[in-house]
Design a protein around this ligand. Structure first.
Ligand code: B1M
Length: 212
């Protein structure tokens, strides 16, 4: 009989088929779906996040783990039957205007989702006014911006200004990241935080909502 530890171990090893079969076995045996999510799937992704941050795991491996976790989630979700899944909060994330890079941003979205957040992923080339509209519509706890080009970095500042001008700055925390972004730059443009990688971004989101 599979255990919750088997599920986490299979997530950590990026074993999609094993995650699916263990998850199904536990569901069939009547295991609480929320326990499977929190003590199996998310617990596994927590370890993946730590190892990725420490440089012990690399992007392709993390993508496999995230896929394994998503496939497990897909089996569990229909069984939740009205049980409110506790989320830490909502992250609205996008790559800034004129920037089409999305591999790192999607990795951040997956890790933050795996850490128990609802994530609204706006995509790439997101203009400041589109961020503003999305904040008004979704009322997220955190707005995340990603940029990979030195030429698109200034759009982070423009987006923060647009959020301020719309009177929404006090309602959200703003985090930034991407290869050319630094902690110093984040402070300079008035962001609430910077994360160098996807695992740190998940930790940062947890820290910011706890402090809210
Ligand atoms: Co582009 N590109 N690219 N490219 N590309 C870079 C970024 C570049 C460094 C390559 C180089 O010249 N050495 C260079 C930028 C130079 C600069 O500005 N300093 C560059 C350039 C110049 C360009 C074009 C202008 C090329 C051209 O057309 N002449 C063009 C621009 C297009 C545009 O955006 N308008 C372009 C296009 C492309 C492709 C479309 C071909 C493709 C993107 C495909 C896609 O994303 N769907 C691409 C790619 C793949 C790259 C490289 C090779 C890889 C980027 C990547 O995905 N890394 C890149 C060179 C390199 O990095 N080796 C390069 C892996 C990813 C996991 O890491 O995105 O850093 P990263 O994300 C990390 C962290 O940064 C952090 O967490 C992630 C996971 O740990 N992070 C966050 C990211 N976002 C975060 C947000 C957070 C927190 C953390 O909070 C919200």
């Amino acid at each position: 009989m599979a255990t919750l530890q088997d599920v986490s171990k299979a997530v950590i090893e990026g074993e999609v088929e094993r995650v699916k079969s263990y998850t199904q076995e536990l569901l069939d045996a009547g295991q609480d779906p929320l326990e499977i999510i929190n003590q199996g799937l998310i617990a596994g992704m927590d370890v993946v996040g730590e190892r990725f941050k420490a440089g012990d795991m690399f992007v392709p491996e993390v993508l496999m783990c995230a896929k394994a976790m998503s496939e497990g989630m897909a089996l569990v979700r229909p069984r939740l039957e009205g049980q409110e899944m506790q989320t830490h909060g909502t992250l609205l994330i996008g790559t800034v205007q004129n920037d089409l890079h999305d591999i790192g941003k999607n990795l951040v979205a997956m890790m933050v989702e795996s850490a128990g957040f609802k994530v609204i992923n706006l995509g790439t080339d997101i203009r400041p006014e589109v961020f503003v509209k999305a904040v008004q519509e979704h009322k997220p706890d955190i707005v995340g911006m990603s940029a990979l080009l030195t030429t698109t970095l200034p759009y982070m500042q423009d987006t923060i200004s647009a959020i301020k001008e719309a009177g929404l700055r006090d309602s959200v925390k703003i985090i930034v990241g991407g290869a050319p972004v630094t902690d110093e730059y984040a402070k300079q443009i008035g962001a609430d935080g910077y994360a160098p990688d996807a695992g740190s971004a998940a930790d940062l989101c947890k820290k910011l909502v706890e402090a809210k």
